[in-house]
Design a protein around this ligand. Structure first.
Ligand code: APR
Length: 276
């Protein structure tokens, strides 16, 4: 690991950290595809994966919203862990040389203290909503926090009350706002999800560190494939095998750190700070 970090420090370009649900698992937020994962367990009435689609939202907005408000309550009950905090410390040391790309919608990186400008939330943020109309930004900011009148405690079976429905139907002529997340039947873009900026960053990166993701989504796969192709020093932190650990095992420019995020991320960031 140290030789790869030294190689990275001798190069130009951003140090890119790509995180997935595994980094928040030790904060108590279920992953998606693990034994207790959201996609594994599902909800009371629907397969969870079906709820995470635009198609489901247009058919049953209340059910989809209630499920996201439940998930938001799970995220809000959690606190950042040592891995999130280590990345904040590294960002302070590296400044603009640091970039965080997260698939997590839990907002824990930002709550830990990561800077929004250097944190690309490529799947959105569960604390936010947006309208899909084209109203001017100053009259109707597209992305904004879920209103305070919506409870932060949300048991799985709770339904939306009338007053809450009025707050969520805030998109002109009483139309529904939507959770600010990327759904399975939607595509990455630059304005909302920083697709081009992420690809640009990995083309210039001096280091890529992949933490706690199963490699099931396309932008993270592009990032790892570009890093592998460029032979950029790469570390993959995961307690289990994934397509990304398999790629890293085949490369002399990469290494797998088999274990949890809190076990390895603080050690990586400490080594970088000491050697920078
Ligand atoms: N430390 C490190 N890795 C861990 C830990 C941990 N404490 N706990 C679990 N993992 C690993 C798992 O082994 C798995 O490889 O984290 C990964 C989590 O995988 P997923 O549940 O698939 O989550 P993620 O990769 O973030 O999912 C990507 O899929 O449906 C979408 O939008 C959703 O953003 C999500 C995306």
């Amino acid at each position: 690991m140290l030789a790869l970090l030294d190689d990275a420090l001798s190069r130009e370009g951003p140090m890119l950290f790509l995180t997935g649900a595994g980094i928040s698992a030790e904060s108590g937020i279920p992953t998606f595809r693990g034994p207790e994962g959201y996609w594994t367990i599902g909800s009371k009435n629907y397969r969870a994966e079906e709820l995470a689609t635009y198609e489901a939202f247009t058919r049953m907005p209340e059910e989809v919203w209630a499920w996201y408000l439940y998930r938001r309550s799970v995220c809000r009950a959690a606190s950042a862990n040592a891995a999130h905090l280590a990345l904040v410390e590294l960002e302070r040391a590296l400044g603009d040389r640091f970039l965080l790309i997260t698939q997590n919608v839990d907002g824990l990186h930002l709550r830990a203290g990561s800077t929004p400008a250097r944190t690309f939330q490529i799947h959105g943020n569960i604390d936010y909503l947006r309208c899909e109309d084209e109203s001017p930004e100053e009259l109707h900011p597209r992305i904004r926090e879920i209103p305070a009148g919506i409870s932060l405690e949300w048991p799985k079976t709770r339904r939306i009350a009338d007053a809450e429905r009025a707050l969520l139907q805030c998109c002109g002529r009483g139309r529904w706002s939507r959770p600010h997340v990327l759904w399975f039947d939607e595509s990455y873009d630059e304005p909302l999800f920083r697709f081009e900026s992420s690809m640009d960053a990995v083309r210039r990166a001096s280091l890529v560190v992949v933490i706690g993701t199963s490699g099931a989504t396309t932008l993270p796969s592009h990032i790892v494939n570009v890093a592998a192709h460029r032979r950029v020093p790469m570390l993959v932190v995961n307690q289990d095998e994934s397509p990304f650990t398999q790629i890293a095992e085949r490369l002399s420019s990469a290494a797998v750190l088999r274990g949890t995020a809190t076990q390895y991320v603080p050690a990586i960031t400490r080594a970088l700070i000491e050697r920078a």
